[in-house]
Write a protein that binds this ligand. Structure first.
Ligand code: SAM
Ligand code: SF4
Length: 329
């Protein structure tokens, strides 16, 4: 399925919940977070119907995210069911890792094809400072478990922030030294409370320069082997089993090749990370829309996907007010 700019849309990111067991300062306020009502959240049957219809339109990859997706009950069964949908080739998950040591093996058995673990620091104190929860040891145990699980396609996501974790930029890359994983650096985006808390993200050019200073020249990996891959640019470092990657969010370099749409936990199809236009799928489903009309509505909505995210445009009137924990990254 193509949008009006002839981009092929093959990837849906689904936020399963707005709840989370951490409170990362750049993502979610400590208190005063209005929770979605249980009945407002899509049921698994509704999610599966949407994925089936998207798959019929050419979507091949599903990412489950949140909030924290592992706090949603029965996620293992959901992964298994999504894997059975004809046309879906990849089912992947983005998690903060807190529940991985308990659930990782079941996720792999259910058919998960890839895992992104958010990890901004390797220091317990910094972890507690960023996430407001003293749970680093739990995450570390989960990371170790997944590295030895045999699951291929493991990525780590790190948001470098000045005077918080920027001193760890080279240390985080070390995760890719012995394991064939990808360590990705993501530029802090002006969504939700990210800038209000006084955080300043380190630009990707500086992250690259700091890595080169420590490890020598970064060698570009070149053309993407996986057509469903996201916006990161990957590089090799001498002596490393894995790779490092960079997501240069602010410069909207990746909008021209954007291949994704997003579904919020309450069933809103978001066409662009930073824009509010989209489609209320929950309303359509609960009003009894037919399969054919659902397909048509999805096709028409996706066709209207905006050209770019306009992060740097202060006059962007289409800007979405949803925070990252409501969208899923
Ligand atoms: N709870 C899961 C996790 O942390 O991996 C999934 C949802 S979380 C919103 C997804 C990703 O968004 C995380 O890697 C997090 O670091 C990132 N994120 C949250 N707020 C961000 C911001 N303002 N700028 C850049 N990345 C952000
Ligand atoms: Fe929770 Fe993920 Fe947001 Fe952190 S980044 S508060 S783990 S949703």
């Amino acid at each position: 399925m193509q949008d009006q700019y002839e981009r092929k849309i093959e990837y849906v990111r689904i936020s399963l919940t707005d709840r989370c067991n951490l409170r990362c300062r750049y993502c979610m306020p400590e208190a005063g977070v209005a929770k979605m009502r249980h009945e407002d959240i899509l049921t698994f049957a509704e999610i599966l119907r949407i994925v089936q219809t998207l798959a019929a339109l050419g979507v091949k990859k599903v990412r489950l995210t949140g909030g924290e997706p592992l706090v949603r009950r029965n996620i293992v069964e959901l992964i298994h069911a999504i894997r059975q949908i004809p046309g879906i080739e990849q089912v992947v998950l983005t998690t903060n890792g807190v529940l991985l040591s308990a659930m990782g093996a079941d996720l792999v058995r259910a058919g998960l094809t890839g895992l992104n673990i958010s990890l901004d620091t390797l220091q317990p104190e910094t972890f507690a400072e960023i996430t407001r929860r003293p749970l680093f040891a739990q995450v570390q145990a989960g990371v170790e478990k997944m590295l030895s699980s045999g699951l291929r396609n493991i990525k780590f996501n790190c948001v470098p922030i000045y005077e918080v974790n920027d001193g760890e930029i080279p240390a985080l890359a070390e995760l890719a030294k012995d394991y064939p994983v990808k360590v990705r650096y993501i530029e802090l985006m002006p969504i939700g409370c990210a800038y209000e808390v006084g955080y300043r993200g380190v630009p990707m050019a500086e992250v690259q320069a700091r890595l080169e200073k420590t490890y020598g020249r970064l060698r570009p990996v070149g053309k993407k082997a996986d057509p469903l891959q996201g916006p990161a640019e990957y590089y090799r470092l001498a002596g490393f089993a894995g790779q490092v990657g960079f997501i240069d969010a602010m410069e909207h370099k990746f909008c021209a090749t954007c291949n994704r749409v997003r579904l919020t936990a309450e069933g809103f199809l978001k066409l662009c990370l930073n824009q509010k236009n989209g489609l209320n799928l929950r309303e359509l489903l609960r009003n009894g829309i037919s399969d054919d009309n659902l397909k048509l509505a999805l096709r028409q909505a996706i066709y209207r996907k905006p050209a770019e995210h306009l992060f740097t445009d202060s006059e962007n009137t289409a800007r979405d007010s949803r925070a990252m924990y409501q969208v899923g990254g």
